[in-house]
Design a protein around this ligand. Structure first.
Ligand SMILES: O=C(O)/C=C(\CC(=O)C(=O)O)C(=O)O
Length: 294
C-alpha cells in the first residue's frame, strides 16, 4: 500500500430531512490522525486522516447531536484513535472497540471508562485475516455489565455463524443487516433469512444502514438514490422498530470509487422510517438505550 485513500465526500450537501433533537449517528469511524495514531500493520486499506474535528463538523452539518464511533479495521486492536475522539467529544460520543480476545478484565474496564460500550467482531475476509469464533465467544462472556457485541458479516455466512451467534450471552447488534442483497426486494431470500434470525431472540439489534454499499453500482445496484435499498429495508424497520439504530458510516471505508454524499445518506432516513415515531426510535430512543443508559 502506498497512497492514502480518501473515501468521503469533500462537500456533502445539507440534507432535506432534519433529524429530531438528540439524534445519534450510531455508526461512524475515525481514521487517525496517523500522527500520533498510526494504522495497523495488518490494515487492508490505508486512509487519509479523518479525525474527530472532521467527524464533529459533519455531525453538526447533518443535524445530529451525538456519535457512536466504531473502531475500524485499519486501526486493528489499538483503540487509541477512537478513544481520543470520544474524549474530545465532551460526552457526545461513545464507542465500540475491537480487542485482542485475550484482553484482561482491567483493560476492558479501562475501555469502559473511555466510553466504549461494546466490541465488534468482523467476519469480512477482505478486511481481516482471521476471526477466531472460539476466542470471540470466550471474551463475549466476560464483558463489562451493559455491553453488547457488534457483528459484521455478509449474508452468505449467516447460517454458518448461527451456532456462534446463538451462544453469545449479551445483546447482538448486526452491522448493515448482515449485508443482504437488497435487489431481491423485501421478501427476498436474504431478507427472509435475516428475519428468521431476528425472530430467534429478542435482543438482536441491527443497523438498516449503508444504502451506498448495499445498492452500489459496482455491486450491480442502481446507486444514489438507492431505491432498491429503500424498498427492501423500510418493512424491516417497521416490523422491528424497537431494535434499530442508524448511522452514516462516515468516512465510508473502501467506498472511494463510489463516494456517497452524506446529505443524501441522511435523506434515506424518512424513506425507511417514514413517521416521526419511527424516526424518534431509530435515531434517539434506541441508540440512547444501547449507549447512554448509564
Ligand atoms: O465501515 C463499515 O461498516 C464497513 C466497512 C469497513 C469496516 O467495517 C472496517 O474497516 O472495520 C467495509 O465494508 O469495508
Amino acid at each position: 500500500m502506498s497512497d492514502r485513500i480518501v473515501s468521503w465526500h469533500p462537500n456533502p450537501s445539507k440534507p432535506s430531512f432534519t433529524p429530531p433533537p438528540g439524534a445519534v449517528d450510531a455508526h461512524c469511524h475515525v481514521f487517525g490522525p496517523m500522527d500520533p495514531f498510526g494504522f495497523s500493520p495488518k490494515a487492508k486499506y490505508l486512509p487519509a486522516d479523518a479525525g474527530p474535528d472532521m467527524l464533529f463538523a459533519l455531525r453538526d452539518h447533518l443535524g445530529f447531536e451525538k456519535n457512536v464511533i466504531v473502531q475500524a479495521s485499519c486501526h486493528g486492536t489499538d483503540n487509541a484513535a477512537t478513544l481520543d475522539a470520544i474524549a474530545k467529544s465532551g460526552g457526545k460520543a461513545r464507542g465500540v472497540a475491537v480487542v485482542d480476545p485475550d484482553i484482561s478484565e482491567e483493560e476492558l474496564q479501562a475501555l469502559h471508562h473511555g466510553g466504549m460500550r461494546g466490541i465488534r467482531f468482523n467476519f469480512l475476509k477482505r478486511l481481516v485475516d482471521n476471526a477466531p469464533k472460539d476466542k470471540f465467544l470466550e471474551v463475549s462472556k466476560r464483558l463489562p455489565a451493559g455491553w453488547h457485541v457488534v457483528i459484521y458479516f455478509e449474508a452468505d455466512i449467516l447460517e454458518e455463524l448461527r451456532p456462534f451467534m446463538d451462544a453469545i450471552p449479551v445483546p447482538l447488534v448486526i452491522d448493515h443487516m448482515g449485508r443482504p442483497d437488497v435487489r431481491q426486494g423485501p421478501d427476498g431470500a436474504d431478507m427472509k433469512a435475516f428475519r428468521r434470525f431476528l425472530e430467534s431472540r429478542d435482543d438482536i439489534w441491527f443497523k438498516p444502514t449503508c444504502p451506498d454499499r448495499l445498492d452500489a453500482i459496482k455491486e450491480g445496484g442502481q446507486g444514489d438514490p438507492w431505491d432498491a435499498f429503500a424498498e427492501a429495508v423500510a418493512p424491516l424497520v417497521e416490523d422491528y422498530q424497537d431494535r434499530v439504530i442508524w448511522g452514516t458510516d462516515w468516512p465510508h471505508p473502501n467506498m472511494q470509487d463510489e463516494v456517497p454524499d452524506d446529505g443524501h445518506i441522511v435523506d434515506m432516513i424518512p424513506r425507511i422510517a417514514p413517521t416521526e415515531e419511527l424516526q424518534q426510535k431509530l435515531l434517539v430512543t434506541n441508540p440512547n438505550r444501547l449507549y447512554w443508559s448509564d
